[in-house]
Design a binder for this molecule. Structure first.
Ligand code: NAD
Length: 478
């Protein structure tokens, strides 16, 4: 079995005690390779390397730093095919999506470099004479990034690119189930000639390596994406040294489909989102409230959409596959348990519901006759399972949409734009999508609503999370 290496201080090495974890091909369950399981010494080495690299990296003129980010983007493009095939192999991403994801990762580095050129200070007028007061934006220091398994390549870029663009250094820990993707990303970054220690990538379990990273006293910012439960324990670990924490956590996003919705357009966007990446999307639809007058037609079209998908082994890069497996046996079991619980609570299985023994597949599934109070409607399934709930009262449906421990985003489908706009302040969510769903480099993502997170990621808002705002006050009167 091949053994892969971590990227620490510009070099590649195994864990100091030789410990490893096994990663698997989710399409078949077969072992792919051994990745190092970072020890406390390895975590410490990586953080100290980032700390040592910080003064020189943060001191570079922006244009000089940007040259390295452009070289990373070029290296990603040159290796995009290999990176994409690894996404297919270790995460179960269909090749058609995987290649675009890698190109998107390259874009993140270029976009962040260009956006960093726009960073400016702010002068603050004060009543005192002969006094200059202003805010100077400075890189915050060493960032620790802990990422989830559901979007491994793009998530690596989303974390690293803005942080290093504005002068920080970092240590990233990919998820243990598909960390070879993060380690290969590090090999690609190394090809750019980036100074040693600016980016470090370690692998290992969340409970050990992740927890050590989140609590390390030399880390200034923790950037985490993952479940709300893990987010809470990371916040506790980061609290001892009062670290700034940017948290992108769980969601169970409501979709409101009104009687006047363009159902075909809605399904083109959301049924795609439901099954793309096997439904493992934080911004994807979690529960659908569909007006009774269009409910049956909506469900029938959803069923047809699901049954038309080609589900299959992604590991060879087969371009005909629409949907691959879930990421792990554990997650497959979790998703099928939600299906079983919905059926036991009275839902109807319109299509799907089956799980494979070879590989970690769950068939595209549509559940009807669901109710707001069912476990499958209240929790985050994070899989290819559409939960359809019928509603009659347009006012009450907003209450149902907001009745959740999450508040990541909400989707509204109506031809009445006035109705849609009036709903925006009523929906308790960090993002509201009306008749569309898109996330671009320019748009910030994330929310501080309930258990869905703290702070922003992406866009200029996300860039600013990695900058300290220093107050400067100068008396020039003598
Ligand atoms: P997870 O919380 O299980 O794991 C995320 C990461 O945390 C992994 O790298 C894991 O190794 C690490 N980890 C686990 N325990 C840890 C600990 N005690 N200390 C430090 N690190 C630890 O999440 P997941 O199952 O990999 O991903 C799915 C979740 O991520 C879903 O809840 C989804 O909504 C969420 N997510 C949110 C967003 C967003 O932008 N809000 C985006 C993608 C995914």
């Amino acid at each position: 079995m091949p053994e892969y290496k971590m990227y620490i201080n510009g070099g590649f090495r195994g864990a100091s005690d030789g410990g490893t974890l096994t990663t698997r091909n989710p399409s078949t369950g077969e072992a792919l390779g051994a990745v190092p399981s970072a020890t406390a010494d390895d975590v410490n080495d990586a953080v100290l390397a980032a700390r040592a690299a910080f003064p020189a990296w943060s001191g570079l003129p922006q244009a000089e730093r940007n040259k390295f980010l452009f070289k990373i983007a070029a290296a990603i493009r040159e290796n995009a095919d290999e990176m994409a095939l690894l996404e297919c192999l270790e995460h179960g991403t269909p090749y058609r999506d995987a290649f675009g994801v890698c190109m998107g990762a390259a874009d993140k580095f270029e976009w962040s470099a260009n956006a960093a050129l726009r960073i400016k200070g702010d002068e603050i007028p004060v009543p005192n004479p002969d006094t200059l007061t202003y805010i100077k934006r400075e890189p915050a220091g060493v960032c620790a990034f802990i990422i989830p398994w559901n979007l491994p390549t793009i998530m690596t870029a989303v974390k690293i690119a803005p942080a290093i663009a504005v002068g920080n250094t970092c240590v990233l820990k990919p998820p243990s189930v598909n960390s070879r993707i993060g380690l290969f990303f590090a090999e690609v970054i190394a090809k750019s000639g980036l100074p040693a220690g600016v980016v470090n990538v370690i692998s290992g379990s969340g409970a050990v390596s992740g927890a050590l990273l989140a609590s390390h006293p030399e880390v200034d910012i923790v950037g985490f994406t993952g479940s709300s439960e893990t987010g809470k324990s990371i916040l506790k670990a980061a609290a001892d040294t009062v670290k700034k924490s940017v948290m992108e956590l769980g969601g169970n996003n409501p979709v409101l489909v009104f009687a006047d919705a363009d159902v075909d357009a809605c399904l083109k966007v959301l049924a795609w989102r439901q099954f793309n990446n096997s439904g493992q999307h934080c911004s994807g639809p979690g529960r659908y409230y569909v007006h009774e007058s269009v409910y049956d037609g909506f469900a029938a079209k959803f069923k047809a959409y699901a049954e038309n998908l080609t589900v299959g082994d992604t590991s060879g890069g087969d371009k005909s596959v629409d949907m691959g497996p879930l990421v792990s046996r554990e997650h497959q079991t979790k998703v099928t348990d939600y299906i079983k619980s919905a059926l036991s609570e009275g839902a109807t299985l319109l299509t799907g519901g089956t799980a494979s023994e070879t590989g970690y597949f769950v068939a595209p599934t549509v559940l009807t006759n669901c109710a707001h109070g069912m476990k499958a409607a209240r929790e985050e399934i994070f899989g290819p399972v559409a939960v359809l709930i019928k509603f009659t009262d347009a006012d009450d449906v907003v209450r149902l949409a907001n009745d959740s421990r999450f508040g990541l985003c909400a989707h509204v489908w109506t031809r009445d734009i006035s109705r849609g706009l009036k709903l925006i302040p009523k929906l308790s969510a960090g993002a509201v999508f009306i008749n569309c769903q898109m996330l671009t480099n320019e748009q910030p993502w994330g929310t501080s609503i309930r258990e869905s997170g703290i702070g922003k990621e992406g866009g200029d808002y996300g860039l600013r999370e990695f900058l300290d705002e220093k107050l400067v006050c100068v008396n020039y009167g003598g």
